[in-house]
Design a protein around this ligand. Structure first.
Ligand SMILES: Cc1cc2nc3c(=O)[nH]c(=O)nc-3n(C[C@H](O)[C@H](O)[C@H](O)COP(=O)(O)OP(=O)(O)OC[C@H]3O[C@@H](n4cnc5c(N)ncnc54)[C@H](O)[C@@H]3O)c2cc1C
Length: 351
């Protein structure tokens, strides 16, 4: 029987392990944290792709087109597979006209995938890639590794809020590089959200405190230098904010923008949530100023892989450990993790 070691029990690792076991492999999953799920468990559960290929390329122009194609073309089958396992669907649309996908309940996703992943060794990070056993790295990126973030993303690494699980500190990247893998492009890019600068931000605040209305506001740093936010997912403004003093910025929201809808809430409701959480919110003549801090969710650069998720001899990678898919923009990390996790398993066990 083929053996497989999987490192990380989030979306990519659980999908890889479950798929490998379906194909008859004997799988051991190492998980650094005390429970499976990773950042998937904290997520909003939207697994999506751009409606058409040209939009994906235009939205993420720096990404590797062949890898993007694999994710884009593979998502439909991968979603059908997840549903066939009983993953609980919350909605069959994303609420965003550019994208199509499915929203899952993240807890239910974990509960469906974890029992199918075989033996999960909790609190047991992999220290070195085992010789002669195919291994899939799925440790979830390096946003939790302060020194790596400082080196590759921003000198303000200490001031960032980690808007993700605390265990994804770049172990997959280090293990891959030690095994002869290469860096992808876009190492300085990340996905995240600007959060209301409340005195205390816990994981339960990651979604409610996100201030996702930069396009309706004037954005400036503490020195009064301005940034014009353009990206629909605020990826540009959170990356800019991360590089400003204290990784902070102010959103100046004109009164007439307070009624603008943002998903199921309004700009005014988001500002009110910020105020109630104790973030600096100031009234000015005809506007409200809200202080935000950059929250880093998922690094977008990392390990370079090919279309079969191969990183080096005997070594595969999937999920946020893999870079070069969303470069220049943002595409669903859960989708890439699901598709490449399955592909890694199939290639590694010869399915
Ligand atoms: C609040 C929030 C909302 C989000 N919403 C969405 C969304 O709606 N749609 C979307 O596409 N993305 C979303 N994301 C991002 C998405 O959740 C992550 O990018 C995704 O989970 C990445 O999958 P992964 O398998 O690579 O990593 P994870 O799911 O984080 O799993 C990685 C696992 O590896 C483990 N690990 C780390 N190091 C080691 C080691 N050395 N040995 C063993 N295990 C290790 C970690 O503990 C973790 O369990 C959101 C994230 C957050 C925090």
């Amino acid at each position: 029987m083929r053996r497989l070691v999987v490192v990380g029990a989030g979306m990519a690792g659980l999908a890889a392990a479950a798929r490998a076991r379906e194909l008859g492999a004997d799988v051991v999953v190492h998980e650094k944290g005390p429970h499976p799920g990773g950042s998937m468990l904290l997520s909003s559960g939207f697994v999506w792709r751009y409606r058409d290929w040209e939009t994906f390329r235009a939205e993420c122009p720096g990404g590797d087109p062949s890898l993007q194609r694999v994710v884009w073309e593979g998502l439909e089958d991968a979603l059908a597979w997840l549903e066939s396992l009983g993953a609980p669907v919350v909605a069959r649309q994303t609420g965003n006209p550019r994208t199509a996908g499915v929203r899952f309940d993240p807890r239910g996703l974990t509960q469906v995938l974890a029992p199918r992943a075989g033996e999960i060794r909790l609190g047991d990070p992999l220290a070195a890639v085992p010789q002669g056993v195919p291994t899939v790295l799925a440790t979830g990126g390096f946003q939790g590794g302060r020194e790596l973030v400082r080196r590759h993303v921003t000198p303000e690494a200490d001031a960032l809020v980690l808007r993700a699980n605390p265990w994804s500190t770049g172990d997959g990247l280090s293990l891959a590089l030690a095994s002869g893998a290469a860096f992808s492009g876009g190492l300085n890019e990340f996905y995240g959200r600007n959060l209301a600068a409340a005195p205390r931000i816990g994981s339960e605040d990651f979604v409610p405190l996100a201030q996702v209305y930069a396009r309706h506001a004037l954005v400036e740093n503490v020195r009064g230098e301005r940034f014009e936010a353009r990206h629909w997912a605020d990826v540009d403004v959170v990356q800019w904010t991360a590089r400003q003093p204290g990784a902070r910025a102010w959103y100046v929201v004109p009164d007439e923008a307070l009624g603008e809808p943002v998903r199921e809430r309004t700009v005014g409701e988001l500002v009110e949530t910020a105020r109630r959480a104790g973030a600096p919110v100031q009234r000015m003549d005809g506007a409200t100023r809200v202080e935000v801090v950059a929250g880093i969710t998922s690094t977008l650069g990392g390990i370079r892989v090919d279309e079969r998720a191969r990183a080096a001899d005997g070594l595969w990678a999937a999920g946020a450990d893999v870079g070069g898919i969303s470069t220049g923009g943002w595409s669903s990390a859960l989708a890439a993790a699901l598709v490449l996790g399955r592909i890694a398993a199939e290639d590694a066990v010869g399915g």
